[in-house]
Design a protein around this ligand. Structure first.
Ligand SMILES: NC(=O)c1ccc[n+]([C@@H]2O[C@H](COP(=O)([O-])OP(=O)(O)OC[C@H]3O[C@@H](n4cnc5c(N)ncnc54)[C@H](O)[C@@H]3O)[C@@H](O)[C@H]2O)c1
Length: 247
């Protein structure tokens, strides 16, 4: 059991899925550290949570930057305490054929999703292990399970996140820290604006559910995995994906 109220750190929470997760965790009573690369959007989300009666603390940092992550964790500890919950959500997408992909773009993709998940997880784990409780939820993607053309670096990073989730879960579950992931399908956020309207409409039509997901629907799965109701979920990857992938 994790203490209550918990301290929850959500990365990339300035908009989209991360914002929805931060709001839901705050509604459930958690004190939420709202991280984003963009400090203004982090502050706006934290302000909205506070205005609604919750407790939130904005913290700007690039999750792929080791020094920035350490500074972020120091700030969060100073403001709220050691995180009991970490949601590794920060991410971005980029469409490019592998043959045209620069090494810098490959490294950035792996850096934000995989190195960022590693850095933030390592940063919160020490106190969690010492306390014997904690929860980490990683936001992967169904593309990490099935791949996607022009997204080899993204899919590789997300497959890595799923592998890291399973391995870390095997490492730390007996010490009271639960680690799981979600692998969303297409969700209607600014990330999908990189796709054309025609692509989005065609994708929605081909999904068994007949529509794209909403950030709140992914957040519901994340919040469940963060909760004590998910006590038996260890190293799992839930699929809020409108039926696009059925495993
Ligand atoms: N939208 C989808 O269809 C979809 C599907 C599957 C998985 N995902 C994953 O869900 C997560 C959230 O995606 P979203 O759709 O909400 O995207 P989004 O673009 O709406 O929001 C992502 C947020 O992350 C922040 N961010 C980006 N890089 C960062 C960094 N280095 N450090 C800190 N913050 C950073 C951005 O500033 C932004 O506020 C991502 O990991 C994404 O890969 C999204």
């Amino acid at each position: 059991m994790t203490p209550s109220p918990r301290v929850a750190l959500v990365t990339g929470a300035g908009r989209g899925i991360g914002r929805a997760v931060a709001k839901r965790l705050a509604e459930a009573g958690d004190q939420v550290a709202v991280n984003d690369l963009d400090g203004d959007v982090a502050a706006a989300v934290a302000g909205a949570i506070t205005a609604a009666g919750g407790t939130a603390f904005p913290v700007a940092a690039d999750v792929s930057d080791e020094d920035a992550v350490e500074r972020m964790l120091d700030e969060v500890r100073g403001a709220l305490g050691d995180p009991d919950v970490l949601v590794n959500n920060a991410g971005f997408t980029q469409h490019c054929r592998l043959v045209d992909l620069s090494t810098a773009d490959f490294d950035r993709m792996i850096g934000v999703h995989l190195r960022g998940t590693f850095l933030c997880s390592r940063g919160v784990l020490g106190p969690m292990l010492a306390r014997g409780s904690g929860v980490i939820v990683n936001v992967a993607s169904q593309l990490g399970q099935i791949g996607g053309p022009d997204l080899t670096h993204y899919a590789a990073a997300k497959a890595g996140v799923i592998g890291m989730t399973k391995s870390l879960a095997r490492e730390v579950s007996a010490d009271g820290v639960r680690v799981n992931a979600v692998a969303p399908g297409p969700v209607d956020t600014e990330m999908l604006l990189a796709r054309s309207d025609a692509w989005r409409a065609a994708k929605a039509a081909e999904l068994p559910l007949g529509r794209l997901g909403r950030p709140e629907e992914v957040a519901a799965a994340v919040v469940f995995l963060c909760s004590d109701d998910a006590s038996l979920f260890v190293g799992q990857t839930l699929g809020p994906n409108a039926g696009d992938v059925m495993l």
